[in-house]
Design a protein around this ligand. Structure first.
Ligand SMILES: [Zn+2]
Length: 480
């Protein structure tokens, strides 16, 4: 029997706000433990929460970016549970009236396994807003709790059970992260816990419409871990069913080192949390005026930007795909291409030379020694035939090392392209005189033999001769 996997993802993303969601404490990663705290986020009895409007605004922004419907009215609910990461014994969340409903995240391109993906949109069920809980660290017999994270605004983004392979889940995460970066709501750094992901996975015989037994996977610390855990779990579940076994609804823990999942606990149900509306907080109303204001400043979506790059700059759809993957790259490219006649050339430079060199030097675009304007200026010198593409690579290396602008380096080192035909003619004559064999071959009807002579002239000019002029002059001499 053939089986298909049905996968849904629950992604938590911390919002990049100045302060926490229900108090004035700073929302900052990496501070000394328990320094950004107050009675509200420590859960002292009698302290009262006050909603941070910016957290709601950013969640609406995220929802609009994914084409969600934004609720005009929603409320806060208490999710009751007992654990040291939340001393008031409930987390403020949203239960039956989330802020955003529906929408979706488009996926396309090549999957993580190297196979092309079917271009489609993964549906979203909802996005709701809640408070993050404290972070516990377990050291031997003891545990530490850091409340700096408690009360950080956290979006929970729930996808429909709409994905059918590990590759689709991976692509969804990449696209979702990209949308959030473009919306400017979070940096989504998984290492800092700003983006966390739980997986729901079941399998069923192909053709069956009822869902199989749902299993949740936790402890997934990278997109790669999500991909690997899904490959493992799909195989495990299919094997179990094929051998006549039974699956149980449970939560399993991914062990990244061993590459397996193990049972954590049998699955709790929503009613275990005894949700009820929080009496300390007013419901949230998103007025049409406010929604209009947010919509008016909504950034371009990654998909729209990709289409615009193809139309406006003439780059290929593939190049556009690569350029928009990270917002920083897309922004850099646009700044560098400003005023250039040949944006495709700029795209090539960004993708091949710049990104390669930065990765090699341990830099990111944010601390690139070459600014987009400086790279644009370098490409301008190629466009104007002041230097060849080959010389430009040397100039670029110098720019990276010294931070000097391209025109200064070209001038200082005398790298301007030689377009004076008199000077090139001298080199052409010398090359012809010194290399009788290729000359003979060319004259005997082998047009490729000219390449060797072009190379000799370029070498003699130290790469500075205009290559087209060299070819033209050689042809003139040899054909004449
Ligand atoms: Zn606080």
């Amino acid at each position: 029997m053939d089986y298909e996997a049905v996968i849904g993802l629950e992604v938590h993303i911390e919002l990049d706000t100045q302060t926490k969601i229900f108090c004035g404490c700073r929302n900052a990663f990496g501070a000394e433990p328990n320094t950004n705290v107050c009675p509200v986020c420590l859960g002292y009895p009698g302290s009262l929460p006050v909603m941070n409007r910016e957290a709601v605004r950013k969640t609406v922004m995220a929802g609009l970016m994914c084409g969600c419907e934004i609720a005009s009215y929603c409320k806060w609910d208490r999710k009751n549970y007992y654990y040291p990461d939340m001393p008031k014994n409930y987390q403020i969340s949203q239960y039956d009236l989330p802020l955003c409903l529906g929408g979706g995240v488009p996926i396309s391109g090549i999957g993580f396994s190297g196979e092309p993906l079917t271009e489609r949109t993964i549906g979203l069920t909802r996005i709701h807003l809640e408070e993050d809980v404290a972070k516990s660290t377990h050291l031997g017999k003891f545990s530490g709790v850091d409340f700096n994270r408690a009360g950080v605004p956290l979006m929970e983004i729930v996808s429909d059970p709409d994905m059918h392979s590990a590759d689709e889940a991976y692509a969804y995460l990449v696209a979702l992260k990209q949308a959030m970066e473009y919306a400017g709501v979070s940096a989504c750094d998984m290492e800092k816990g700003q983006m966390r992901c739980d997986v729901n996975i079941s399998v069923r015989p192909v053709g069956e419409t009822k869902l199989g037994t749902k299993i949740e996977i936790k402890n997934l610390n990278s997109f790669r871990a999500v991909h690997r855990s899904l490959l493992y779990e799909i195989e495990r579940q299919v094997d179990e069913l094929t051998e006549g076994g039974k699956l149980y609804q449970e939560t399993r823990r991914w062990d990244d080192a061993a590459g397996i999942t193990t049972v954590m606990r049998s699955k709790e149900h929503a009613h275990d949390y005894r949700y009820f509306p929080d009496p300390d907080l007013m419901p949230v109303e998103v007025s049409p005026e406010w929604l209009g204001e947010i919509r008016a400043v909504l950034p371009e979506t990654p998909t729209a930007r990709r289409a615009r790059f193809v139309a406006a700059y003439g780059v290929t759809p593939y190049d556009a795909h690569v350029l928009i993957l990270e917002k920083a790259t897309a922004d850099y490219f646009e700044a560098a291409a400003k005023g250039r006649q040949n944006p495709k050339l700029v795209a090539n430079w960004v993708q091949t030379e710049l990104l390669g060199a930065l990765a090699k030097g341990g830099h990111t675009l944010a601390d690139s020694p070459v600014s987009p304007e400086a790279l644009g200026e370098l490409v301008g010198l190629i466009e104007a035939n002041t230097i060849s593409g080959k010389i430009a690579k040397d100039v670029f290396a110098e720019m990276l090392a010294t931070g000097k602008p391209a025109p200064a380096i070209v001038k200082e080192k005398g790298l301007q392209q030689v377009t004076d035909s008199g000077a090139i003619e001298g080199l052409v004559d010398a090359a012809i005189a010194a290399n009788p064999k290729p000359v003979e071959e060319y004259k005997a009807g082998n047009p490729k033999a000219i390449q060797f002579l072009v190379g000799q002239v370029m070498k003699a000019s130290r790469g500075k001769a205009n290559p087209q002029m060299v070819v033209d002059l050689l042809r003139q001499r040899l054909d004449g």
